[in-house]
Design a protein around this ligand. Structure first.
Ligand code: ADP
Ligand code: MG
Length: 625
């Protein structure tokens, strides 16, 4: 019988599992038990939907058999079993389920994180065993099979005689080494402890023959060892337990057991509702965005159970898009087992549950913001963009719901602030909520447009995400305060300043007209600026389309190109203005040269592309020589 090789990826990961640090090696048992439980779920589900099968709860269990003489630990289940093809496909490849595949070796951190990070599942067995044998017979197969592997060199599959449907996994434990004692996995109390810790809520009994010292019958002081089969787990699913009985650790274990993410949950939400619609749910807000989160590949959804039986792995209808990062499960007694996806969409119960869940998530996020700002910022760094998309999407119909979850960097506080905090700090005379857009906080800080507003002592919110300005345009106002870009035509700062600028423009009308002529339709107007102090020029935009929006939309593939109505604003108090005045009427070439240079400078400051870089550098040279 030829040995087969593992698929390349699995091989690599397997090596790492085998050589990993063993601080978490006990989770191998969690993995095997969880697979066994899944296998029983499958047969259970099949029986429910197939009349020719009957499901007698008492026939289904998981059993652990430690054998000290042979140094083996066997895990038996009466689940659905595997066909030859399934053995080949399921145990020959690690983590085939998409999200579990790892992208590169660099991502594999410390060995002991592997389990958490990549969900190696079945392969975790090799953390404690150097030989693993799987005996199995599928419900769909006449024959049984034996799969044997001694680790990374490959595996063999041979047919065997086997009557019972189900799977038996025999681990031949590694030799003890100085620091690593594998014998502990043969001890009843260790196995009991591990099952309690990770697998207590498994719905099927996890049995083991346990030896207990008991008083010999008919005697007063003679003891004997009695072996009796015990069920090690309480079988109450964690979501049906009372919240007070559970610790953070329990929820974390559940998150990992369920493989909701390779990170740690930032917060959990446990819901028990016993109203018109009865349901239990455990939801998690993850700490990190999955690597494919901001891509089309990412699928949102919660696991959906009907009275303890998993009926759908990713029920998308339970989560709005803007909360698509939430992981977890919902179990309801009021849902039919055989409900189809199409029917689910219209299910009244499910709609009520979804609405309810939505409310809870929002409450919890607000609570997190209130009680643990640091954690909330971690959350917002990972998923804030999604919340902003939520404000923007569906024509802004969720904006009121989401506005208090937003954070933006503040020019005065030098940290992320909420809109509420911003508004509460606004001085009497401040009319608007000011914002400035740019690639980074550092760049925005240097924008000339921020000068006047900052000088007034007003706080400016920095928009560095592409979505920011779009979301804010949708929001329009917060607590009756309108948003205003520092680049906008009307800053609402002081009437006389505006008048002053207008006056200045009129005073120098001829010059501005000449400059406008030189620039043609590149700009809509050239004016005296009222927002500049130390900088000579700045671009602003008249109308709805801001410079930032022009940049973002034009960067998108195959969207229509748009153009903001640009206004070139000149600082009449700057010495460069004198040079312009001097050139006007005297030296037309010089005026054209200066005007073009200033325009291009303004583009550069804005982070907009220069239309003709060669002409620009030639102009620079002309000034130098
Ligand atoms: P996962 O459980 O995340 O799919 P695993 O590596 O734990 O990944 O298991 C791989 C696959 O092997 C399972 O999806 C299942 O199809 C199969 N499998 C593992 N153990 C059993 C078992 N005891 N009975 C039936 N199938 C099993
Ligand atoms: Mg598994």
């Amino acid at each position: 019988m030829a040995k087969r090789k593992f698929k390349a990826e699995s091989q690599k990961l397997l090596d790492m599992v085998i050589n990993s640090i063993y601080s978490q090696r006990e989770v191998f048992l969690r993995e095997l038990i969880s697979n066994a439980s899944d296998a029983i779920d499958k047969i259970y589900y099949k029986a429910l939907t197939d009349d020719s099968l009957t499901f007698d709860q008492s026939n289904y269990y998981i059993k652990l058999i430690p054998n000290k003489e042979k140094r083996t630990l066997t895990v038996i289940d009466t689940g659905i079993g595997m066909t030859k093809e399934e053995l080949e496909n399921n145990l020959g490849v690690i983590a085939k389920s998409g999200s579990h595949t790892f992208k590169s070796e660099n991502e594999i951190k410390d060995g002991h994180d592997i389990i958490g990070q990549f969900g190696v599942g079945f392969y975790a067995a090799f953390m404690v065993a150097d030989k693993v044998t799987v005996l199995t017979k599928s419900i769909d197969s006449e024959e049984g099979y034996k799969w044997v592997s001694q680790g990374s060199d490959g595996y063999t599959i041979t047919p065997i005689e086997r009557k019972e449907v189900g799977t038996e996994i025999i681990l031949e434990l590694k030799e003890n080494e100085e620091e690593d004692n594998y014998d502990e996995f043969l001890e009843e109390y260790t196995l009991k402890r591990i099952v309690k810790k990770y697998s207590d809520f498994i719905r099927y009994p996890i049995k083991m023959d346990v030896t207990e010292r008991k008083l010999k019958e008919g005697t007063e002081d003679e003891y004997e060892d009695v072996i009796e089969e015990q069920t090690l787990n309480t079988m109450v699913p964690i979501w049906k337990k009372n919240k007070n009985e559970l610790t953070d650790e329990d929820y974390k274990n559940f998150y990992q057991e369920k493989r909701y993410g390779f990170d740690q949950p930032l917060r959990h939400i446990h819901i028990n509702v016993d109203g018109t619609v009865r349901y239990n749910a455990i939801l998690f807000i993850p700490e990190q965005a999955p690597f494919n989160y901001y891509s089309r590949e990412y699928e949102k959804g919660l696991e959906l159970y009907s009275n303890g039986v998993l009926i759908m792995e990713k029920c998308a209808d339970l989560l709005p898009d803007y909360f698509s990062f939430v992981k977890g499960m919902v179990d309801s007694e009021d849902l039919s087992l055989n409900i189809s996806r199409e029917m689910l969409q219209h299910d009244r119960q499910l709609k009520i549950i979804a609405k309810n869940i939505h409310k809870k998530i929002k409450q919890q996020l607000l609570a997190l913001l209130r009680d643990d700002r640091e954690k909330y910022e971690t959350f917002f760094k990972a998923f804030g963009q999604q919340i902003k998309y939520g404000v923007y999407s569906d024509f802004g119909q969720h904006k009121e719901d989401l506005q208090d979850l937003l954070l933006f960097y503040s020019s005065t506080e030098k940290k992320l602030v909420t809109l509420e905090e911003y508004v509460s700090r606004m001085p009497e005379d401040q009319k608007y909520i000011y914002y400035a857009s740019g690639d980074s906080n550092e760049r925005i800080e240097k924008l000339p447009q921020t000068e006047i507003v900052a000088d007034k002592g007003y706080e400016i919110l920095y928009f560095t995400d592409e979505i920011d300005e779009f979301a804010i345009k949708m929001l329009m106002q917060y607590k009756d305060k309108e948003f205003r870009s520092v680049s906008s035509g009307d800053l609402g700062i002081e009437a006389d300043e505006k008048e002053e600028a207008k006056e200045e423009t009129e005073n120098h009308n001829e010059l501005f007209k000449a400059m406008k002529e030189i620039l043609g339709d590149k700009v809509k107007d050239v004016r005296a600026s009222k927002r500049l102090k130390s900088h000579p020029v700045v671009l602003s935009a008249d109308g709805e389309i801001s410079l930032e929006m022009e940049k973002i939309i034009n960067a998108m593939p195959d969207d229509q190109q748009i153009k903001a109505d640009k206004v070139l604003e000149i600082n009449v108090n700057h010495s460069i203005f004198k040079a312009l005045e001097a050139a006007q009427g005297n030296d037309e070439d010089k005026l054209a040269l200066y005007t073009n240079l200033l325009y291009n400078q303004a583009l550069l400051i804005e982070g907009l592309p220069i239309e003709d870089p060669v002409a620009f550098t030639n102009d620079m040279c002309k000034v130098m020589v």
